[in-house]
Write a protein that binds this ligand. Structure first.
Ligand code: TEU
Length: 570
């Protein structure tokens, strides 16, 4: 493992800039706020900072709708401020990664404004256009209608947008539909067009030349659409085989020549399988370093809608994460995450954000960080932040949540039932302002935050956490990140799941040479009696060395307290 890439023992911290820290009092987080808080990240010990988009954008999807890839939106600051931030990040020994959103642009991007100006514009084919499908005098035809009913309208396919409604919008001026898998203000780019691909690579090279250390690539497996899935009547997106050609071409044009740089790429891939990921992340294929997969975060909702919440099943989670550990053990590399700006707060979703907030936050972190892969810490998780607890639709800001609620109310659903689902599942749960202190606006802003601060910020905040010496979530994360830097077994040890069918214990070993760690986690709110047969170290007379433990009195006994995690050197 000595010649392993640098990012195999690195930890990445995700900043969602609009909610991290507000430096100018306008209620929205910005680069100035990030610069003021870099010490927090340096203390944590993270190696890489990933910024969610800060480019010019009308903010229809909070910046994932870019209108100028080469400029910083004034909401966040200026290119000069960006260069200053990047300089300070590098001076602190950290790297800075940008969010690359090239499956789609904003409809206010110059490329789309040109493309929609005329069917003959040279950039027309940089987007995906289709003629309305014919409808006969009887109203029947090949297309679907806005509700997706086949044969009743002129829509090119039955695809639905991730933000409700059809995935096609008719551009009246030129009489054609354009595709948008997300909002109608996010038209999909046509990656079959070589000039478009070159323009993207050139833009990426400008950011790397500026000093950026890599990219998180937004829904990057969606840039290749299987042609058959764009035929009339097709139900939805299917990843096309050209994806590997595109990623290898991107590597050739952007990354291959930069052998003097320590860069990192991670591709966000909703729906990717372990087998796909083994290809995407095989180092000799020169596609991506790692991918964000979605299997584990798809276990607690139905197949048709993320808002169709299902009970959490630990055995299913262990089976899924175990399969990804095994599948990429000898080829490729895992990313490790339980939360981000699209997911509910992992503490509320998988743990106990009430009486056992400290124990479950630290247990979740230890289990995740001691898997094999590169961990991603989402802002606020390092101090045990929780879901928002919103009770009315007016508190929400996320286009996905607002559109889903409106569509369901329109269809006759009970608003209270919808609000219950949003309280658990809305992306806004992870987008409330980072809670720096117990003061007004939690120290996030001197103005009125763009989204409400969670009511528990008086108790849950960086200051209070850092002051609670032996029960600091931040300090626990710091120790996990340091352990990964110090002990190669964490980054490179072979993973083996134990007690796979146990629905309360999450236990596994990591082995490298003659070194072995045993991780024992009680993923429940009840005490758990360990079976000594689980592992020889539990049958020894002497108390084994405890590398990490979140319940001090538990050490030595075979009883795990609620949400207790114990890491033993076996
Ligand atoms: O998210 C892609 C993705 O996973 C979402 O489509 C998710 O599946 C969605 O919430 C529907 O369940 C990326 C960004 O992370 C997200 O913030 C953007 O909204 C989206 O792409 C479009 O850029």
């Amino acid at each position: 493992h000595r010649d392993a890439p640098w990012w195999t023992d690195a930890t990445v911290y995700q900043i969602y800039p609009r909610s991290f820290a507000d430096g100018n009092g306008d209620g929205v987080g910005d680069l100035a706020g990030i610069r003021q808080r870099l010490g927090h990240l340096a203390d944590l010990g993270v190696d890489v900072i990933w910024l969610s988009p800060i480019y010019r954008s009308p903010q229809a999807d909070n910046g994932y709708d870019i209108s100028d890839y080469d400029d910083i939106d004034p909401l966040f600051g200026t290119l000069d401020e960006f260069d200053a931030l990047m300089g300070e990040v590098h001076a602190l020994g950290m790297k800075l990664v940008m969010d690359l959103v090239v499956n789609h642009t904003s409809d206010e991007h110059a490329w789309f404004e040109q493309a929609r100006s005329s069917r003959d514009d040279p950039k027309r084919d940089w987007y995906i256009w289709r003629d309305p499908l014919p409808v006969g005098p009887d109203g029947r035809g090949e297309g679907t209608d806005a509700a997706g009913t086949p044969g009743a309208g002129t829509f090119p396919t039955a695809w639905r947008s991730a933000f409700s409604g059809p995935a096609w919008t008719l551009d009246e001026a030129t009489g054609q539909y354009y595709l948008h898998m997300f909002a109608s203000k996010q038209p999909d780019l046509n990656w079959e067009n070589p000039a478009l691909r070159q323009a993207v690579y050139d833009m990426m090279n400008r950011w790397l030349d500026r000093g950026v250390d890599g990219f998180r690539m937004d829904v990057i497996n969606h840039i290749a659409k299987d042609p058959a899935s764009l035929e009339p009547g097709a139900r939805g997106f299917v990843m096309g085989g050209r994806i590997h050609d595109h990623l290898r071409e991107m590597h050739r044009y952007v990354f291959a020549s930069r052998t003097d740089r320590e860069l990192i790429t991670v591709g966000e891939m909703p729906g990717v399988t372990v087998d796909d990921a083994a290809l995407f992340t095989a180092q000799d294929r020169h596609e991506l370093d790692m991918v964000f997969q979605f299997e584990h975060v798809g276990l607690d909702h139905g197949p048709s809608s993320k808002f169709d919440n299902r009970p959490f099943d630990l055995v299913a989670l262990k089976r899924s994460l175990g399969r990804w550990q095994d599948g990429l053990a000898d080829a490729g590399w895992n990313s490790l995450y339980l939360g981000n700006h699209d997911q509910p707060r992992s503490l509320s979703r998988f743990g106990d954000d009430g009486a056992h907030r400290y124990e479950s936050a630290t247990m979740l972190a230890a289990v995740l960080h001691l898997h094999r892969g590169t961990p991603y810490v989402y802002q606020g998780d390092e101090i045990g932040m929780t879901n928002a607890g919103f009770t009315s639709i007016e508190q929400y800001r996320d286009i996905e949540s607002i559109n889903w609620y409106a569509e369901e109310v329109e269809a006759g659903a009970d608003p209270e039932v919808l609000l219950e689902s949003l309280r658990f599942r809305s992306r806004d749960n992870a987008r409330t302002p980072v809670q720096w202190s117990g003061g007004d606006a939690a120290g996030f802003s001197t103005g009125t935050p763009w989204i409400e601060v969670v009511a528990n910020h008086h108790a849950v905040n960086v200051e209070a956490d850092r002051a609670s010496s032996d029960r600091s979530v931040f300090d626990w994360y710091r120790r996990l990140i340091a352990l990964r830097h110090e002990s190669p077994v964490v980054a490179h040890g072979r993973f083996e799941m134990l007690a796979p069918d146990d629905d309360r214990l999450y236990a596994f070993t990591r082995t490298l040479g003659d070194e072995q760690l045993l991780v024992l986690a009680n993923w429940s709110g009840e005490p758990y009696e360990l079976d000594p047969a689980l592992h020889p170290v539990l049958r020894r007379r002497s108390v084994p060395e405890v590398v990490l433990g979140n319940v001090p009195h538990g050490i030595g006994s075979l009883t795990l307290a609620p949400w207790e995690v114990r890491v033993l050197r076996a």
